[in-house]
Structures are given as structure tokens and as C-alpha cells.
Design a binder for this molecule. Structure first.
Ligand code: ADP
Ligand code: MG
Length: 251
């Protein structure tokens, strides 16, 4: 299988007025075509920094990044523009890239229809629930037809139940559309339920502590919700709980 992303010996040090901050230390991983890879690490470990390097927002201190495709970035906040309706929010990326053609509009319309947003196309973001807004944000990211999706804690602003429902939506859309994705989270259950592979980052300066292939196959169509209910889910949870660094509570 083809590598969509390959990161080799990546290092990142920030030079601030308070001195040097070593964030990433010799990070290596690859994203295989069609996979959802999750970067699991504690807050402040450098997860967003990795995505910023992948999107060229940040020049790494050293290391090599190979990308085999176009990237789409979805943030924690949906960043929808309140004064634009849903359709106009979704096509904003096309406008910015001067790619608002009859073909691309048709693509967007078909995405809206497939993912149950068609009847909401003329509404405004404030009329939609948090979960639906995140779905709109994902369709907006897909509108420019990226090959690789980067999702930076996309569910963390949602309440617990919505988060679980939207996880199923997002998973289904990524798999249906045949995209490869890197998901960033500090939530162990979210990582196990969504991923084909998990890499665990240590606390700062982050190294890759371990890599896990998640081999959980529920009956019928695979969904994150079904994966959460499999008995082996808990086994992965226990392993990852031990591996994930956290700040100990002093007695
Ligand atoms: P995470 O996404 O895992 O929570 P980040 O990648 O956002 O962590 O940040 C890792 C560390 O790097 C944090 O301590 C953060 O304050 C620091 N950091 C991130 N970006 C910059 C920057 N541009 N300049 C200086 N420090 C930064
Ligand atoms: Mg972050």
C-alpha cells in the first residue's frame, strides 16, 4: 500500500524569549492510503505542531516530510461564518482557490445530498446543532477534494453524546469517500474507536512511545460506536491508559 504521508526524523524546537522549547524529538511515522491514523498524546505534547508542519504553516527545525496528495485541514472549532448560509460556507474554500466551477458545485451538491445536509443548505450556522455544524465543516473540508484529511481534536467542543454520534458520521464519510486521515486527540476511547492505527506521543519533548494496529471488527458495517462495545475495546484501553503520560495528582 502507498504511503500518503511519511515523516522521518522530525524535530521541532521553538525559540522563545524565555529560551528554547524542545517540542518534537525524532518523530517517525507513515500514513498508509485509506487508513485513519490517530496521534494520541497529552495536551501540550506537540500534536497540533505536527499538523502545522504537515500543512506548511510551520517550517520544522529538522526532518523530512513526504506528502503524496492534497491536504484538507479540519479544526477543533468549526469556524463557520455566521453571515453565510450553509451552501456558501461550504463553497468558501472553492472560492478562495478560484475553483468554483460547475463541476465542483455539482460535487458539493452531491456531498450535501449524500450526507443529509441538502435540506439545510439555505439555513444559517446558528440554526444548526453543534454536531451538524461539525458535519458541515467536514463537507467544507472535502469540497476541495483533498486526499488526506487532518482532523485536530474535531469533537472536543461537542457534548459527550453528540461527540459519539458525530464520530460515527465523520468515520463513515471518511471511509465512504476513500480518504486517508490523521486524527489528533488526547481521548483514548475516541482514538481506539476511530482508528486503524494509533501512535502514542510522550509528554514534551514528544517521542513516539509506541504504535498500535487496532484490529477490531464488529459485525456488519464498522462504526466507532459498535467498536466501543466490543469486549477487546477494553484491552486496548488498558494498554493505552498505561502508556499515555499524564500529570499525576499529588496526594
Ligand atoms: P498539543 O496540540 O499536543 O496540545 P501543541 O502542538 O499545540 O500541543 O503545542 C506543543 C507545545 O509547543 C506547547 O507547549 C505550546 O505552547 C508550544 N508551541 C506551539 N506553537 C508554538 C510557537 N509557535 N511558538 C512557541 N511555542 C509554541
Ligand atoms: Mg492541539
Amino acid at each position: 500500500m502507498k504511503d500518503m504521508v511519511k515523516i522521518s526524523d522530525l524535530n521541532q524546537t521553538f525559540y522563545t524569549k524565555d529560551g528554547e522549547l524542545e517540542v518534537l524529538k525524532n518523530i517517525n511515522f507513515n500514513l498508509i492510503e485509506g487508513e485513519i491514523l490517530t496521534i494520541l498524546g497529552p495536551s501540550g505534547s506537540g500534536k497540533s505542531t505536527i499538523l502545522n508542519i504537515l500543512t506548511d504553516l510551520l517550517e520544522p527545525t529538522s526532518g523530512e516530510v513526504i506528502l503524496n496528495g492534497k491536504i484538507g485541514y479540519m479544526f477543533q472549532k468549526d469556524n463557520l461564518l455566521e453571515w453565510r448560509n450553509i451552501m456558501d460556507n461550504i463553497t468558501i474554500g472553492l472560492e478562495i482557490q478560484h475553483k468554483k466551477t460547475p463541476e465542483s458545485i455539482q460535487r458539493v451538491e452531491s456531498l450535501l445530498k449524500t450526507y443529509d445536509l441538502w435540506e439545510f443548505r439555505n439555513m444559517y450556522p446558528k440554526e444548526l446543532s453543534g454536531g451538524m455544524r461539525q458535519r458541515v465543516a467536514l463537507i467544507r473540508t472535502l469540497s476541495v477534494n483533498p486526499d488526506i484529511l487532518l482532523l485536530d481534536e474535531p469533537f472536543s467542543a461537542l457534548d459527550y453524546q453528540t461527540r459519539i454520534l458525530v464520530s460515527d458520521d465523520v468515520y463513515r464519510i471518511i471511509k465512504n469517500e476513500g480518504k486517508s486521515a490523521i486524527l489528533v486527540t488526547h481521548d483514548i476511547s475516541e482514538a481506539i474507536s476511530m482508528s486503524d492505527k494509533i501512535i502514542v506521543l510522550s509528554k514534551r519533548p514528544a517521542i513516539v512511545k509506541s504504535t498500535h494496529n487496532i484490529d477490531l471488527v464488529p459485525e456488519g458495517e464498522k462504526t466507532p460506536f459498535k467498536v466501543r462495545k466490543l469486549p477487546q475495546f477494553q484491552d486496548y484501553f488498558d494498554i493505552l491508559w498505561k502508556e499515555l503520560d499524564r500529570y499525576e495528582i499529588k496526594q
